[in-house]
Design a binder for this molecule. Sequence first.
Ligand SMILES: [Fe+2]
Length: 382
Amino acid sequence: MSSTFFIPPVNIMGIGCLDEAMDAIGKYRFRKALIVTDMGLAKAGVASMIAEKLAMQDIDSVIFDGAKPNPSIANVERGLGLLKESRCDFVVSLGGGSPHDCAKGIALCATNGGQIRDYEGVDQSEKPQLPLIAINTTAGTASEMTRFCIITDESRHVKMAIVDRNVTPLLSVNDPALMVAMPKSLTAATGMDALTHAIEAYVSTAANPITDACALKAMTLISQNLRLAVRDGSDMAARENMAYAQFLAGMAFNNASLGYVHAMAHQLGGFYDLPHGVCNAVLLPHVQSFNAVVCAARLTDVAHAMGADIRGFSPEEGAQAAIAAIRSLARDVEIPAGLRELGVRLNDIPTLATNALKDACGVTNPRAADQRQIEEIFRSAF
Ligand SMILES: [Fe+2]
């Protein structure tokens, strides 16, 4: 089976790397940036700090702080309007998954025209997007380095998966110094999102030796560092390890794709506007229980990577050990126990399941499910 490996051409990471990244940005000779961020980072002065650093490179900028959590089509349209009005020649996204995804939508429509809805699915655009530089502040979604862009269509209550090589950023920046301000709950949710990326990519039908290596290392780093980063947000070693871990998990899923955890979590996010990482964390053990029948040996590797002692275990016992390790990590970082706690309604399950089966992320799940089985997994996660 052939495979193609996607990753941004340049990726700068490590504690204090922001200044080095700014020098690299200066060398592209861009003129004016649209800085896409969220209200929190704008209020905290982080966006204006980035604008000042760009100015030191002789780059003008304008700030768009309208990327909401679970960014919508309307968010993309507003940002695109400001980009055109301000005649920007590149985009800088600043934040976690939401600003990066919103910025990808803006940059893709800026060169391809039309609306972001036109690009739902896989590789629907024709031209490269406007150059995008992604400065990450969570450890997490890995959107700063992927070809995935998730935008909520509020009229349909669904999250559109835009999987397009043309939304890959030009440069990704992961400076853990920008991640220390994350509150505990965001650290936990984004860290569990990264674990989900690694596990779904490892059991994916499109996994290959490169994505396997990235996924397994990510699982180990997350198991060893997420509890520490949640307990003490100023633990720089744990923050840096989580930054590398989420990037490795991104390398894995950007190329091996995902599975039903993401296909189902997208529906919860689109329907109830819930945090992506929390939805994934709640669903992850349930989907892997469903998958265990066909990939017990792979899940045994997951257990081993997460530090479980699997000596003498059968593949079935190994799979159970992986599920136990996932549950124990989720519990330790205080992820809610089930969907009921998140306000999900049992009556909505048939619709959520129908939409999950349409999500592009589910295609590579190792075990195919029908409508009734997806509904069953949702119910088991209550
Ligand atoms: Fe994710």
